[in-house]
Design a protein around this ligand. Structure first.
Ligand code: SAM
Length: 286
């Protein structure tokens, strides 16, 4: 396969024209035409022999083709029917294509073929964080995931407690994974060039991460961040955690772990928030 098939706006325009395709803005189609960045992404993913890799939004296959080795199984999730036709033409049986909206299709795939070893995606700007949230909710982060998304979203993913980027989303991402920025990617690396800067972010699953759905943990986090300027106590008193477990239990739990609820929730580290959650849930067991 010609390695340079996707390396310039002219080649992308040619591929589109030859195949009777048009760009679909609603699907966030910004194709990564810079091969150096594609290589960085794949190096961060570090595929190993025997891996099963999932790719969200392969587009024309610019990153996909770097993954193709005899002993690596690749499953891609693509929503655009025109691009699916092109992917079939370019890669034939070498990849498995799951057609449709990733948000709808991945739970079934997870049931059918289990957790992949690696996951990657140059995600649409508008839905990237929704996809990551859905993966977190389903506890579907494999050992390594590499996402390319809007720089601000990447910053929120990796933010530490107390910083202005620290949010519910930071805790959602960091609950089970270590999050690190790999690189920034300027608009000219894509066609069409987006107005925003992108970042590539790697999520590495923590060895001792909680397994299974954690609805109550996420509810507690939402309560803590309900109003950033209020103390944790004020937010929690009005929140869903208090409705479910009772304010008294929250108070007892916090004093057992010496967590001062007069602090703002946004200053609680992941470890403190998890300790509070564990103590509230444990409290209810006795
Ligand atoms: N990976 C390609 C690249 O880097 O050149 C394309 C990346 S482009 C930013 C996003 C891709 O995701 C497009 O191919 C788009 O059609 C696809 N896409 C958008 N929304 C999707 C969804 N909900 N489910 C699956 N694919 C989606």
């Amino acid at each position: 396969m010609d390695e340079s098939l996707w390396n310039s706006r002219h080649q992308i325009a040619e591929l589109l024209e030859e195949n009777g395709l048009t760009l679909k803005k609603r699907f966030g189609q910004n194709f990564l035409i810079d091969p150096a960045h594609r290589e960085k992404i794949v190096a961060a993913l570090a595929p190993a022999p025997g891996d099963h890799i999932w790719e969200i939004g392969p587009g024309m296959g610019a990153i996909t083709h770097h993954l193709l080795h005899d002993d690596i199984k690749v499953t891609v999730f693509e929503i655009d029917r025109g691009l699916i036709r092109l992917l079939r033409k370019l890669f034939g049986e070498r990849i498995r294509i799951v057609e449709g909206d990733f948000l709808q299709t991945f739970p079934e795939e997870l049931k059918k073929s289990g957790m992949p070893d690696r996951l990657l995606g140059n995600l649409p700007y508008s839905t990237g964080s929704v996809m990551i949230g859905a993966l977190a909710e389903a506890d579907a982060f494999p050992p390594v995931s590499v996402f390319t998304l809007q720089k601000e979203v990447g910053r929120r993913m990796a933010a530490s407690a107390g910083s202005s980027d620290y949010s519910v989303f930071s805790l959602v991402c960091q609950l089970r994974c270590k999050v690190e920025k790999i690189c920034d990617i300027g608009g000219s690396a894509f066609f069409p060039p987006p107005r925003v800067v992108s970042s590539t972010v790697r999520m590495t699953r923590k060895e001792l991460s909680p397994h299974g759905r954690m609805e109550d943990f996420f509810i507690l986090v939402h309560d803590l961040f309900a109003s950033r300027r209020k103390t944790a106590a004020n937010n929690l008193k009005r929140g869903r955690t208090a409705s479910k477990y009772g304010w008294k239990k929250i108070e007892t739990a916090s004093s057992l772990i010496s967590l001062d609820l007069k602090r703002r929730g946004e200053t609680f580290s992941l470890e403190e928030t998890l300790a509070l959650y564990d103590e509230i849930v444990n409290e209810t067991l006795y």
